[in-house]
Design a protein around this ligand. Structure first.
Ligand SMILES: O=C(O)CCC(=O)C(=O)O
Length: 344
């Protein structure tokens, strides 16, 4: 089979999935039972918007800035700081004329200092117009792998420790619960995770642009040398991390460059805005790009449940990556085992 023939077979596969499923998510007007959740979401690996999933959480009423400041006291938290709100993203460095996978500078600060930074950044955005025109750094609480028990244990009583119908459906407890707080400047670039994700928005709104695992071939994954933002007198420097290569998706679905990424024309995004009080079920291995908006910042909590690795979808993704990246695009191996791109 030639590369062209393999590509044509993938285009058919992408279209067949699209024809069968469309791009409209299921909406639950009230939380599903475990069985409904399994049947409509987990088994078919389809996203859903869920209303009323956490109406009973005290956090809905309690989590004002004043309350959060008071509860968090002098507890140090980890904040991702970037010049442009783009952490963990493929970024062009004009100094070296090269693209890197760039990680944020992580700063330890009190919650109070975080709110002060976020407040002055929002003020600047209001004065200067669009979020991207701001010249001050972007601050985003986006630490993962269980940030809630690690750094926000004083807030744990204000929410549920798990999502009951999801735990019942999957037969396990969440692997990690994360706390997110940012503003319109911070955007999360396209990536996937090996988790079933229940994502609750408590303040503001988040827009998820989603692509199913079947659309992997449209996203032009490639490997990039890794670098990290380091604060400098002039703002930030991009410091390369020698010897580290990271596989990542370079396509920006908000400004797609079809000349560089022509297969993106076959992709059909599912766009879901999750408003305050709503929850998104984001199935494992779906690619997601996340942006946010809210006058007073955007707060969310999400629950990551390990995906079922016995499901054929996991090795199928490995096979697809090998065929597309290695055979069609002629790139070196994207080794799934050493692939920690999946934890954004
Ligand atoms: O909210 C965000 O900015 C990113 C969320 C995300 O990537 C995730 O929950 O896996």
């Amino acid at each position: 089979m030639t590369k062209k023939e393999i590509e044509r077979a993938f285009i058919k596969y992408v279209k067949e999935y699209q024809d069968l499923n469309g791009v409209i998510p299921h909406v639950f007007d009230q939380p599903p039972t475990a069985l409904e959740f399994l049947q409509k979401c987990v088994h078919p690996n389809r996203p859903a918007l869920i209303k009323g999933a956490f109406d009973h959480w005290p956090a809905n009423e309690l989590w004002t800035d004043e309350y959060l400041r008071m509860k968090m006291k002098d507890q140090k938290i980890t904040v991702a700081v970037t010049p442009n709100g783009q952490a963990d993203a493929v970024t062009y460095d004009p100094k070296t004329d090269q693209e890197y996978f760039v990680m944020p500078h992580e700063e330890q600060m009190t919650f109070d200092s975080f709110l002060t930074h976020l407040g002055s950044s929002s003020q600047q955005q209001k004065e200067q117009g669009t979020p991207s025109s701001s010249s001050s750094p972007a601050y985003y609480i986006s630490l993962q792998n269980g940030s809630l028990p690690l750094e926000y244990s004083d807030l744990e009583d204000d929410i549920d420790p798990d999502i009951a119908w999801c735990s019942e459906a999957l037969g396990c407890q969440p692997d990690a619960v994360n706390f997110w707080f940012g503003d319109a400047r911070s955007v999360t670039s396209l990536h996937k995770d090996p988790y079933e994700n229940c994502y609750a928005v408590l303040r503001g709104e988040k827009t998820f642009i989603l692509f199913p695992p079947s659309e992997y071939m449209c996203l032009h994954e490639s490997t990039y040398p890794s670098a990290i933002y380091t604060p400098s007198k002039a703002g930030f420097d991009l410091t390369p991390s020698p010897g580290i290569q990271v596989p990542w998706i370079p396509v920006d679905p908000l400004r797609p460059d079809f000349a560089r990424y022509p297969r993106f024309k076959y992709a059909k995004p599912m766009v879901i805005t999750v408003r305050q009080g709503e929850m998104l079920y984001l199935p494992s291995l779906w690619f997601h790009h996340v942006s946010q908006a809210g006058e007073n910042g955007v707060i969310a909590v999400n629950y990551w449940y390990d995906m079922n690795y016995q499901h054929a979808m996991f090795p199928s993704m490995g096979l697809t990556r090998r065929l597309v990246s290695e055979i069609i695009d002629g790139q070196p191996t994207l080794d799934m085992a050493s692939d920690d791109d999946d934890d954004q």
